[in-house]
Design a protein around this ligand. Structure first.
Ligand code: PRP
Length: 176
């Protein structure tokens, strides 16, 4: 595919706002898990930037792992989620925190939570940078939310359009 640059229409979430919620989440999570160890799971690819920022705000011992999943949905989401890369370690007895960049329909996370729950973690919670509640199709308990956003297509801070724009430090809306 050839890259054709689109113009940024506007910034929806600035890097300063992102820094603020990452700091807030880091404090909250550190408090909630005081005295425990955390096993952080980055759901690739979009969450790589959020995890890198969040982990530096945590004040509890933690290890990291990565999962890669993709939804095979044709034009519409069918809820079929394929695991491309599974975790490296067993999570039995561990306090697991799933890190997402965005929760949209909830289908991906619902599948992941169901799968990981069968592996007997001590606890399993979810943190997401962005939440689009208007788009939810599956009810899911998201424990930590950076920011609720309206139903607009956004890129930046890890989020992509056809694999591009992940590097943008702000979350933006592109022109048509
Ligand atoms: C995004 C995001 C979540 C999922 C959320 O991943 O990172 O995993 O979609 O959507 P849902 O709530 O409707 O399931 P995407 O499939 O775009 O992959 P990427 O992170 O590799 O870009």
């Amino acid at each position: 595919m050839t890259f054709t640059a689109k113009k940024v229409d506007r910034t929806l979430v600035s890097r300063e706002e992102i820094r603020e919620f990452v700091t807030r989440l880091g404090k909250q999570i550190s408090k909630d898990y005081e005295g425990e160890e955390l096993y952080l799971i980055c759901v690739l690819k979009g969450s790589f930037m959020f995890m890198a920022d969040l982990i530096r705000e945590l004040d509890v011992p933690c290890q990291i792992d990565f999962m890669s999943v993709s939804s095979y949905a044709g034009e519409k989401s069918t809820g079929i989620v394929k695991i491309n890369k599974d975790l490296d370690r067993n999570i039995s007895g561990k306090h697991v925190l799933l890190i997402e960049d965005i929760v949209d329909t909830g289908i991906t996370l619902n599948h992941l939570v169901n799968l990981l729950s069968t592996r007997n973690p001590a606890s399993l919670k979810i943190v997401t940078a962005f939440d689009k509640p208007e788009r939810r199709q599956v009810e899911i308990d998201v424990h930590y939310i950076g920011m609720e956003i309206p139903n607009e297509f956004i890129v930046g801070y890890g989020l992509d359009l056809d694999g591009y724009y992940r590097e943008l430090p702000d979350v933006v809306v592109l022109s048509d």
